[in-house]
Write a protein that binds this ligand. Structure first.
Ligand SMILES: Nc1ncnc2c1ncn2[C@@H]1O[C@H](COP(=O)(O)OP(=O)(O)O)[C@@H](O)[C@H]1O
Ligand SMILES: [Mg+2]
Length: 320
C-alpha cells in the first residue's frame, strides 16, 4: 500500500538529486540535480538528443532511473506514484487529438480517462474551453482545427483534472511565431491566475527568455542554471559590443586584420546577420579602437554599443 501522507506544502514543485539514465553503455542523462520553485515557469533548454525527454519521462514515472531520485510536490516519484499522478499533467512531444471527434468530444474523452464524471467533468470542460480560447470552437472537428488551436487543445487536455504541476515537451515545435506567442500567454495565465507550476522543454531561445528559471542540458549534463538575467551576468566573460556598419563584410575584414595586428583588443569578433558582435574585457577601450579602425578604413557605422548578451551567446559560451 502506497504511503500517501501529504507533505506539508513544500516550496519546490520538483526536486531532483543525481538523476541518471543509461541505455546499455550509453549515458543519456548524467547525474542531473535541480529544483523548481512552485508557481514558476521552468525552462529545460538543450539541443536535440541532449536528454530533455528522457529526464521528463523519469520525472513522470514513465521511465525508471538508473540512479538518483526525484520528488514532485513533495511526493517521491518512485514510491508514491499514485499521489503524484493525480496532481500532474503532461503534454507529450507527439500529442494527438482525435480528428473525427469535435473539440468538446475530445475534452470529454480525455476528461473521462482522468476519472472525471458528471457535473465536475462539465465544469472542467467549461474552464478549459474558456482558458484555452476555444469558446465558439466546441463543435469543430479535430481535423479542422487550425495549427495553433491544436496546441491550445492539447494544453487544455493536459489540465482537465486541475493539476498543480504540468510538463510540456516542446509544446510549440513547428508552430508559427504568432501561435507560439499566444500559447505562451496561456502558460502565463495558468501560472499567474491558477498558481500552476510549468516545466517546459524547448530549443527556442526566445521562449527560454520568457522562463523565470532555466537549466541548460547538453550531452545529458546540466551545464548551467539560473534566471535568464543571472545566466547572462555570470556565464559571459567580458562584454558584448554590438556594431551596425554600412558594409558588414568589409567591417569584419578590417576588424579581423586590426585584431591580428594587435590594434584591436577583443576575445571574439563574429558576424550576427547585419551586425557584428565583439566580445571584450575593457569595453570602453575596445569601442574606441573599433571606431578608429573603421574611420581609417572609410566604413560608416552607428556608434558601437555594449548590449546584454543573448541567451544564444550564453549557451554557446557555456558549452565551450
Ligand atoms: N529508449 C532508448 N534507447 C536508447 N537510447 C535512447 C532511448 N531514448 C533516448 N535515447 C537516446 O538518449 C539521448 C537523449 O534523448 P532524448 O532525451 O530524447 O533527447 P531530447 O529530448 O533532448 O532531444 C539521445 O541520444 C537518444 O537517442
Ligand atoms: Mg525530446
Amino acid at each position: 500500500m502506497e504511503n500517501d501522507n501529504v507533505p506539508n506544502n513544500p516550496s519546490f514543485a520538483i526536486e531532483t538529486e543525481n538523476l541518471s539514465k543509461r541505455f546499455g553503455q550509453f549515458v543519456a542523462v548524467n547525474s542531473v540535480t535541480f529544483n523548481v520553485r512552485r508557481g514558476t515557469i521552468f525552462g529545460f533548454l538543450g539541443p536535440n538528443g541532449a536528454g530533455k525527454t528522457t529526464t521528463m519521462r523519469m520525472l513522470l514515472g514513465l521511465l525508471k532511473p538508473s540512479g538518483g531520485r526525484a520528488k514532485l510536490l513533495g511526493y517521491d516519484v518512485a514510491h508514491q506514484p499514485r499521489a503524484v499522478k493525480q496532481r500532474i499533467g503532461y503534454m507529450s512531444q507527439r500529442f494527438s487529438l482525435y480528428d473525427d471527434l469535435t473539440v468538446e468530444e475530445n475534452l470529454k474523452f480525455f476528461g473521462r480517462t482522468y476519472g472525471l464524471r458528471g457535473e465536475r467533468l462539465r465544469e472542467r470542460i467549461q474552464f478549459v474551453l474558456k482558458m484555452a480560447d476555444l469558446i465558439g470552437r466546441e463543435k469543430t472537428a479535430g481535423r479542422e482545427l487550425a495549427g495553433g488551436f491544436r496546441q491550445h487543445m492539447a494544453l487544455g487536455a493536459a489540465i482537465l483534472h486541475d493539476p498543480e504541476l504540468i510538463f510540456l515537451d516542446e509544446p510549440t515545435a513547428g508552430v508559427d511565431p504568432v501561435s507560439r506567442r499566444s500559447f505562451w500567454e496561456l502558460l502565463y495565465q495558468l501560472v499567474n491566475d491558477e498558481g500552476v507550476t510549468v516545466f517546459v522543454t524547448t530549443h527556442y531561445m526566445d521562449e527560454a527568455e520568457q522562463c523565470q528559471e532555466l537549466a541548460f542540458i547538453h550531452g545529458g549534463q546540466i551545464v548551467a542554471q539560473g534566471s535568464p538575467v543571472q545566466l547572462k551576468e555570470t556565464l559571459m566573460h567580458g562584454s558584448v559590443i554590438e556594431l551596425t556598419p554600412d558594409d558588414p563584410p568589409e567591417a569584419m575584414r578590417l576588424l579581423k586584420q586590426a585584431r591580428a595586428e594587435e590594434k584591436l583588443t577583443a576575445d571574439d569578433v563574429a558576424l550576427y546577420g547585419a551586425q557584428i558582435h565583439i566580445v571584450a574585457q575593457d569595453a570602453a577601450l575596445t569601442q574606441r579602437q573599433i571606431s578608429a579602425v573603421l574611420h581609417a578604413g572609410d566604413v560608416k557605422f552607428d556608434p558601437p554599443e555594449v548590449i546584454l548578451p543573448s541567451l544564444e551567446d550564453v549557451f554557446l559560451s557555456a558549452i565551450r
